[in-house]
Write a protein that binds this ligand. Structure first.
Ligand code: CA
Length: 233
């Protein structure tokens, strides 16, 4: 898919050169001359990176960057004509990712764009991997732990699914029996402990850190992230 760059720059000669250089590299460019219209574009379109001129007619690029940071982590490269060090530092301290000093070569700018996009895509995929420990596939009644399918019994599956649906929440043995067992009155608290024990062993085969916590006298909870999917992909 084409990466979309939002260029916020009021000088059309600079904008033309930048747009030409970026489009040559295969990027799609949205161009805005004013801060407030640029904000609308950013909120309405799927923007992968922002190139932001510090000196805009209706606001300062630094102010605009602060506003953007309130709702978006999109990478921002500043364009600045003022070479003073303070501007550069301020620019990066308020949440910018990089800066280019005018006059600059559009090729240098597109090289920076590529580096930053690569960095942010990598960071995103790493967060996703870390964020989701478990994936529940309800259609297949399967649970994946760090991407590996668990071979669970019916009760192990239901206990794990119940815990994962409310991470950090403590479930008493009675509550788990009530939620899971078909004939709760015929079941014993010890049954829960037994299933938890075998479940833990299966999780430990994949990762030694035990996400299931025992709350003495209360019950069990899980400390892990999870996403659910109903159609296997
Ligand atoms: Ca300007």
């Amino acid at each position: 898919m084409l990466k979309c760059i939002l260029l916020i720059e009021d000088e059309s000669t600079i904008a033309d050169n930048v747009i030409y250089a970026l489009e040559t590299e295969g990027f799609h460019v949205e161009w805005q001359m004013l801060g407030h219209t640029a904000l609308n574009t950013l909120k309405q379109s799927d923007i992968d990176l922002v190139i932001l001129d510090v000196g805009l007619p209706d606001c300062s690029g630094f102010e605009l960057c602060k506003t953007i940071r309130k709702f978006s982590e999109v990478p921002i490269i500043f364009l600045t004509a003022r070479a003073e060090e303070i501007d550069r530092i301020v620019g990066l301290e308020i949440g910018g990712d990089d800066y280019v000093t005018k006059p600059f070569s559009p090729r240098e700018l597109s090289a920076r764009v590529k580096v930053i996009l690569k960095r942010s895509t990598k960071a995103q995929s790493e967060t996703q991997r870390i964020e989701t420990d478990f994936v529940i596939d309800c259609a297949k009644t399967m649970i994946y732990y760090h991407g590996i399918g668990l071979n669970l019994t019916r009760y192990e599956y239901l206990i794990l699914k119940t815990l994962l649906e409310k991470p950090q929440q403590v479930f008493s043995r009675e509550r788990l029996i009530e939620l899971i067992w078909i004939e709760p009155e015929a079941s014993f608290d010890r049954a829960v402990d037994t299933h938890i024990k075998t479940l833990r062993a299966k999780l430990r085969d994949i990762d030694a850190t035990d996400p299931i916590k025992t709350h003495r006298g209360f019950g069990y909870s899980i400390d892990a992230s999870c996403k659910q999917q109903s159609n296997g992909d």
